[in-house]
Design a protein around this ligand. Sequence first.
Ligand SMILES: [Zn+2]
Ligand SMILES: [Zn+2]
Length: 137
Amino acid sequence: MLFSDKSLTCKDCQKSFLFTAGEQDFYATKGLVHEPGRCPECRNRRKQQAIALNLPSVSAPGAIPPKMVDVSEVACAECGVVTTVPFRPRLARPVYCKECYTKQKAALQAAESAEVAVEAAPVETVEAVEAVEAVVS
Ligand SMILES: [Zn+2]
Ligand SMILES: [Zn+2]
């Protein structure tokens, strides 16, 4: 699509400014159908104002509440070492220190993959497929 420079009038300062072919192309690629209502200077000024308005609340110390991290002190269910965990432990679940947790996880994963291997063993698979085919045809 070809664009040509267009003269527009700024809403803010009433000055005419050029909406260049390049800008029109840029707007088109962004899917923007509206022409800019303000000249680049006014747009810039508004952007600066927006930044100025937003900055203090973001950068001011103490403006952002400290992230609430629920750290709980618990004794490892395996070795008894007192450790901190970034969550509130549920009574039903044993809590482990990092080392034991890693060990437990590895053991759990090994057990799970063993289970999967058992489940994956082809039992009546052919029959099941035949049944499905019978229903389809
Ligand atoms: Zn302007
Ligand atoms: Zn432990």
